[in-house]
Design a protein around this ligand. Structure first.
Ligand SMILES: O=c1ccn([C@H]2C[C@H](O)[C@@H](COP(=O)(O)O)O2)c(=O)[nH]1
Length: 161
């Protein structure tokens, strides 16, 4: 499994959603905002910034599901801009502070939304490679959870989500 396969799966899902919801306009901005929201939801589940609370992070599976929601939108944004040449999962094995990583990732996504270049698109993937490493997710974990959520997204469309 490589990223090309995930781009193909995402294309299938996006096309299905567009048909089901009768979307004909450009939804780049909406998908950009959706990625910002998914990143915030992910940060929230890790609770990395909640210095005021003694409660620990959510279960690993909950965090992984939030993580792959972001992966859906990253793939989707790449498809919209034709930035799909990326083959290999970005492995970045550096222990870093999660809060710092999330703030950097927010910045990278915003930069891309306002001026979508291929370099900035690749920078988003690098950020998510770094997040995966710091959360202890391998590429195999991500692919497995992505496939599960991709199927769930079809079901949601079919059942009038
Ligand atoms: O064009 C789209 C719109 C949504 N999603 C998927 C990505 C996430 O997995 C999920 C987010 O849905 P909410 O649970 O946030 O509503 O929908 C897509 O893949 N493509």
């Amino acid at each position: 499994m490589n990223l090309q396969k995930l781009f193909e799966m995402q294309k299938g899902l996006d096309t299905f959603i567009e048909k089901t919801q009768k979307i004909e306009r450009d939804v780049f901005k909406e998908k950009g905002l959706a990625l910002m929201v998914e990143l915030a939801e992910l940060a929230n589940e890790t609770r990395c910034f909640k210095f005021w609370s003694t409660k620990g992070p959510s279960e690993r599976n909950v965090i992984l599901e939030e993580y792959v929601d972001s992966i859906h939108f990253i793939l989707s944004l790449g498809l919209l801009k034709g930035f799909t040449a990326i083959e290999k999962w970005p492995v970045i094995e550096e222990k870093q502070d999660l809060t710092e990583i999330f703030l950097m990732t927010q910045n990278t996504i915003l930069t891309f939304i306002h001026n979508p270049t291929e370099d900035d698109y690749l920078a988003i993937w690098q950020c998510y490679g770094l997040i995966a490493y710091n959360l202890g997710f391998s590429f195999e974990d991500v692919v497995r959870a992505y496939i599960e959520k991709n199927e769930e997204n079809y079901k949601r469309q079919r059942t009038g989500y």
